[in-house]
Design a protein around this ligand. Structure first.
Ligand code: PLP
Length: 456
């Protein structure tokens, strides 16, 4: 496309396309990078510049870009049958996918409710908790306990239980339905406190909240196994397991939000059982479910709670929740192909191995660049905390726009990375060690550049 034509496209973007988290001040004047084509772990922008996709799209493109067999699986399903109503019919790809997910899920989480994305998966989980308690004759059990700095989505309910306060500055939520616990961040241990005491405090936070609100009013606790957009926060060992025990002691359901951690990111299909040794009551997933080729999410429900309110115990109820596109056959066909590729190429194992290699490389960068305050991660789910001072762990003020400076410097070195206080490095799961070497050397150069500017 000629440059002139492209400028026209950019004007359409500015005038007509309202993006997520749109900055209203910048409306009409944005100059976003356009992703025009993609292959493997690379994106090509409007100028043809090749960029390593550092965040793997939005941490979702597990199999990488440009997979012909994926395009064919999607096209085949479109030719065969592109849509059916999930209200009163079913179709083979959707039923087969539900089975494949159930077989890979922990314990008895074998009931799969298909949604359109992660937010609607979380929405569905919360609506199911409310429904479950209504049918059991406990309609007061509605409050969801969540944690500060968590992110669970952008529909009204999933945004309600998200704990990033800045996202709520201008937005309304159903705040009466949620209670937030302080965040859990072992990299910010209070001075002199051991990790064991910190863990005990965090566990106490949950039990105290349940007892203070009243267990008869609390429906569920929701947590990401590793907090993603809150800054790649890995909780202390045993945290999730002890939280689950407390929940079950008080008849509170546990929702494990695996929208990011599911489908190989931490080296397993799901992280709940394999990494954190818990069997939650509900699991939400999306992103890696289709590797982002088409939208889809899912809410998995344990047989224990499902059977408690079905059949003889159903009270004649219906779970009146669903979408025109629940179990969409084209998305299901894409997800089946995605699972086939991930299995054939052992991408979850690759995530564990390459994740460890990436983490070592990032730790070496920390030795060289003062601006990196902390490096953390599990599998190909790594984050760097950017600080103004390592001693005080203070972050840069928003007007320093450090995230934009870093993004620009990295982009000049051929890698796309976003972030502010934390930069998430989460490439596609098919990344090779050679490509990780390229990521580290591009970041090294980018950090040197920005550190020089800061020093000036
Ligand atoms: N849950 C978590 C943990 C997420 O990180 C996200 C998105 O990043 C969501 C839910 C929402 O998913 P989606 O953007 O697909 O609606």
């Amino acid at each position: 496309m000629s440059l002139e034509n492209f400028e026209q496209i950019r004007s359409f973007d500015n005038e007509n396309f309202v993006h997520p988290w749109e900055s209203m001040k910048k409306v009409g004047t944005n100059s976003r990078t356009f992703a025009e084509t993609a292959d493997g772990i690379y994106l090509y922008d409007e100028n043809g510049q090749k960029l390593i996709d550092g965040p793997g799209g939005m941490w979702c493109v597990q199999i990488g870009y440009g997979r012909k067999e994926m395009a064919e699986a999607i096209a085949d399903q479109v030719h065969k049958m592109p849509y059916y109503s999930p209200w009163n019919m079913s179709a083979s790809p959707s039923a087969l996918l539900a089975r494949k997910i159930a077989e890979r899920a922990p314990a008895d989480l074998k009931h799969v409710f298909f949604t359109t994305c992660g937010s609607t998966a979380v929405d569905t989980a919360i609506r199911f908790v409310h429904f479950y308690n209504n049918v059991r004759g406990k309609p007061q059990k509605k409050i969801i306990i969540s944690r500060e700095k968590s992110y669970h989505g952008s529909t009204y309910l999933s945004a309600t239980v998200s704990g990033k306060t800045r996202d709520k500055d201008w937005m309304d939520t159903a705040s009466e339905l949620v209670h937030f616990l302080p965040d859990v961040n072992p990299s910010r241990l209070p001075e002199g406190m051991s990790i064991e005491d910190y863990l005990e405090d965090k566990i106490k936070d949950l039990e105290t909240a349940i007892l203070t609100i009243g267990a008869d009013k609390v429906g569920a606790f929701i947590a990401e196994p590793v907090q993603a957009s809150g800054g790649v926060i890995v909780p202390p060992k045993g945290y999730h397991k002890q939280c689950l025990e407390i929940c079950h002691r008080h008849d509170v359901l546990y929702i494990s939000d695996e929208v990011v951690t599911g489908f190989g990111r931490l080296g397993h299909w799901f992280a709940s059982k394999e990494v954190f040794d818990i069997e939650p009551d509900l699991i939400t997933c999306a992103k890696g479910l289709t590797s982002g080729y088409v939208p889809m999410g899912a809410c998995l429900i344990s047989d224990r709670i499902f059977s408690e309110i079905s059949g003889e115990q159903s009270q004649g109820s219906s779970f009146s929740n669903g979408y025109t596109y629940s179990g969409h056959p084209v998305a299901a066909a894409a997800s089946l192909k995605n699972i086939e590729i991930m299995e054939r190429e052992k991408l979850a194992d690759n995530s564990a191995r390459m994740g460890a290699y990436l983490l070592d490389g990032l730790k070496e960068l920390k030795q060289k660049h003062e601006i990196i305050g902390d490096v953390r991660g599990l599998g190909l789910f790594c984050g760097l905390e950017i600080v103004k001072s390592r001693d005080t762990k203070e972050h840069f003020t928003p007007d320093a726009d450090i995230g934009a400076q870093l993004t620009q410097a990295f982009s000049a070195q051929g890698i796309l990375l976003r972030g502010g206080d934390c930069m998430n490095v989460m490439p596609p799961l098919c990344v090779t060690s050679g490509e990780i070497d390229d990521i580290i050397s591009a970041m090294d150069e980018g950090f040197s550049q920005v550190s020089k500017n800061i020093a000036v």
